[in-house]
Design a protein around this ligand. Structure first.
Ligand SMILES: C[S@@+](CC[C@H](N)C(=O)[O-])C[C@H]1O[C@@H](n2cnc3c(N)ncnc32)[C@H](O)[C@@H]1O
Length: 183
């Protein structure tokens, strides 16, 4: 793996590129402005979720500009298990937090994030993976990262491989959790 010490999103994308193939389905569980949805749509079939109409509009606009497609749903990722697929997703991506330059109260929340990740583990393909970028620099983000750290530390190690990349000397800096299935 290249660029192990690069910023969290570059590292996340390196993981995604290594993991997904053109025939896969990936879910972007937090579309936001659509940058991650676009990146994934250049590799495979993508389903995108967000609770904000504005986020889905921004994502659609970005995809159109680059002549790419994704199926977008105005849906909380806490309800990720209500989606139907022709086959199971191999990658589910969370980029936690709030839309830049928008309402900061519409941030991802600890309880619904944990509920969603728990459900994602169940709907993933048997060789699937989950990527979560955390933002402990704001208070809900800090709570979310702490709750996720407990949650992932309790996953059965004969079923899942879990890593958490974070800066030892920068506790408020973004971090990356990567959970992959052991087949
Ligand atoms: C940091 S932004 C995502 C950035 C995005 N991936 C990009 O590439 O631009 C986080 C997004 O999560 C969305 N969000 C918050 N709670 C959510 C939930 N329960 N389900 C789905 N999306 C949610 C917010 O509306 C916001 O657009």
């Amino acid at each position: 793996m290249e660029k192990t010490f690069s910023p969290h999103l570059t590292l996340a994308k390196t993981y995604w590129k290594d993991h997904i193939q053109p025939n896969d389905i990936a879910i972007d569980a937090t579309c936001g402005n659509g940058h991650d949805t676009l990146f994934l749509s250049e590799i495979c079939t993508v389903i995108g979720l967000d609770i904000q109409e504005k986020a889905l509009q921004n994502t659609q606009k970005l995809l159109q500009k680059h002549q790419k497609n994704a199926t977008l749903h105005l849906l909380s990722h806490a309800l990720i298990d209500t989606l139907s697929f022709s086959y199971a997703p191999r990658l589910i991506v969370y980029n936690l937090g709030y839309l830049p330059h928008a309402d900061k109260t519409l941030t991802t929340k600890t309880d619904s994030t944990i509920e969603s990740v728990r459900k994602s583990l169940q709907i993933l393909a048997k060789d699937g993976a989950i990527s979560i970028t955390c933002y402990p620099g704001h208070s809900e983000g800090e709570k979310e990262q702490s709750a996720l750290e407990i949650f992932i530390s309790e996953l059965p190690s004969d079923r899942w491989k879990v890593t958490h990349h974070k800066w030892c000397d920068r506790p408020k800096a973004p971090s990356l959790i990567w959970i992959s299935s052991i087949i």
